[in-house]
Design a protein. Structure first.
Length: 185
């Protein structure tokens, strides 16, 4: 659905009880964000993410969980080679079904981010742990493909145009991953 006034994607609220954890927000709220920051160099992104993870682990304050106008998730995967847990802070976008979607853009780098490569390994990560502001849950992540990917990408970049710029920097197709709430944590 599109907001008639702004053209931004809006998402209907999930049915009562469907959103078991985290801060529930009005899903008709616009998700459009204009990029007013400069994308950091690739080598700085992991350091910035680690700092954000540390802050998210310490507080549920809006100033930490809602950066640059975007809600975030603290995603924990298991390393496909190390077997060790890894956490990353990622901005989320809600698809028309209300699912949280994360973008494996790594600012248009030639390689997929490590968190995505771990998540792809279903033997190491049959499900992932997601912490959101005010709650947490387990998710069986859905890597979007085909028409679902195309529809979601079109809506996403209407709200967050910088992802098109990131896509133009790489030959890889930037993955989109839905993080539905599979079970409570």
């Amino acid at each position: 659905m599109r907001d008639a006034g702004t053209g931004a994607a809006s998402v209907p609220a999930p049915p009562p009880g469907a959103e078991a954890s985290g801060t529930v927000r009005d899903m008709s709220e616009s998700q459009r964000v204009e990029q007013v920051w400069e994308t950091p160099p690739l080598d700085e992104i992991p350091k910035l993410s680690r700092m954000h993870v540390e802050a998210m682990e310490q507080s549920d304050d809006d100033a930490i969980w809602q950066q640059a106008g975007m809600h975030h998730v603290l995603l924990r995967t298991v390393g496909r080679a190390s077997g060790q847990p890894h956490q990353v802070a990622l901005p989320i976008w809600r698809d028309p079904e209300g699912r949280r979607v994360v973008v494996a853009s790594f600012a248009g780098a030639e390689q997929h981010p490590h968190w995505y490569r771990n998540l792809e390994d279903r033997e190491a990560n049959p499900e992932v742990h997601c912490r959101v502001q005010g709650g947490q849950y387990w998710s069986e992540p859905v890597i979007l493909a085909g028409d679902e990917y195309d529809r979601t990408w079109a809506l996403l970049v209407a709200d967050r145009a910088w992802y098109e710029n990131y896509q133009s920097k790489t030959d890889r197709r930037i993955p989109l991953v839905a993080l539905p709430e599979t079970r409570p944590a």
